[in-house]
Design a protein around this ligand. Sequence first.
Ligand SMILES: O=P(O)(O)O[C@@H]1[C@@H](OP(=O)(O)O)[C@H](OP(=O)(O)O)[C@H](O)[C@H](OP(=O)(O)O)[C@H]1OP(=O)(O)O
Ligand SMILES: Nc1ncnc2c1ncn2[C@@H]1O[C@H](COP(=O)(O)OP(=O)(O)O)[C@@H](O)[C@H]1O
Ligand SMILES: [Mg+2]
Ligand SMILES: [Mg+2]
Length: 358
Amino acid sequence: MRLMQEEMIGYKSEEEEREMESSGRCGSIVELGFQEKSAKVVVVGYALTSKKIKSFLKPKFEGLARKKGIFFVAIDQTRPLSDQGPFDIVLHKVSAAYSSILLSGKEWQQILEDYRLTHPEVTVLDPPDAIQHVHNRQSMLQDVADLDFSDAYGTVGVPKQLVIEKDPSSISNAVKKAGLALPLVAKPLVAKSHELSLAFDVYSLEKLEPPLVLQEFVNHGGVLFKVYIVGDAIKVVRRFSLPDVSKRELSRSAGVYRFPRVSSASQSADDADLDPCIGELPPRALLERLARELRRRLGLHLFNLDMIREHGTKNRFYVIDINYFPGYGKMPEYEHIFTDFLLNLAKSKYKKRSTSVP
Ligand SMILES: O=P(O)(O)O[C@@H]1[C@@H](OP(=O)(O)O)[C@H](OP(=O)(O)O)[C@H](O)[C@H](OP(=O)(O)O)[C@H]1OP(=O)(O)O
Ligand SMILES: Nc1ncnc2c1ncn2[C@@H]1O[C@H](COP(=O)(O)OP(=O)(O)O)[C@@H](O)[C@H]1O
Ligand SMILES: [Mg+2]
Ligand SMILES: [Mg+2]
């Protein structure tokens, strides 16, 4: 059976796209000195790492954006934001690593927050405190747990987990008390760190350094679904993941195995000849509802979910990771999806502004 390679929801037809282009752009009207005539354009200020600029602001993407009237302008973090632009949209990924040498991550976050409050006409993608919420592996999954998602298409939960703040010697007791089943995945509490350990006995976990999240390992046939969300649009791709651990293997193994970074090494599984029970994409209706709920609860437009299907079940899914502003450059057709998203955002803001004028 040939599996559908990818699934897109909320994607516009070329006709709609042309219509949008010819209907004139929205957002603020900016006189750009380098253009012959004044034009309605959308100005997007960005504060991203050089790694992100390289993977996301690719020439093909910037070229398409320009054609649609979207211009990207680098933000100078050493100058007041109000003196720059004016921007319609500010695109950023908040983290200590993204601040300039003159600013700490916290200071940059405060600058963005103040700017957001004093410039309601600008859409700051996304609010810094909402991003912080998914920087911690405990709080990131709380909304999925609270959602307790279940419908005709399947269920979505989070693996049973436990946070170890400090004192590694208490781990074995804490694990037994919480009733977590082996094997366990240990992840740094801060989502920015990607080192991962797989433990086959509780005592070896005491070698690890808290703060940690300990999570039950869920067998999923070695395939993971990356669900990319860009506003209302969703795109799903398959990636290879950690292989299943059998009962026999578990009973014969001990110790803890460390992996420097599983996800970045994992390859696309879209072209692999997979057993459909493992590789079939999560139902589209389920993803639409889940994404809608999470967008609202998390207050984010730009994120992805790492989802797995419990091996042997029809549609019992777990969300194991949420990433803010992930590697969209790896998402097929991101150029069209992202530019449409930016145009729609500017358009809705512009509409709101013009209707609120007395
Ligand atoms: O750079 P990429 O393409 O590997 O993107 C990373 C993401 O990969 P993905 O798109 O999910 O495959 C990656 O996702 P995973 O945590 O690896 O699942 C993170 O979002 C990472 O950001 P950070 O290091 O946590 O701040 C992302 O890194 P940054 O590009 O934001 O530095
Ligand atoms: N509870 C789990 N059960 C099974 N596999 C897991 C679990 N948690 C993580 N993994 C595997 O480890 C990888 C990395 O974990 P993840 O939580 O996504 O962290 P990162 O932020 O480093 O990507 C996942 O992509 C998946 O392959
Ligand atoms: Mg991940
Ligand atoms: Mg992650």
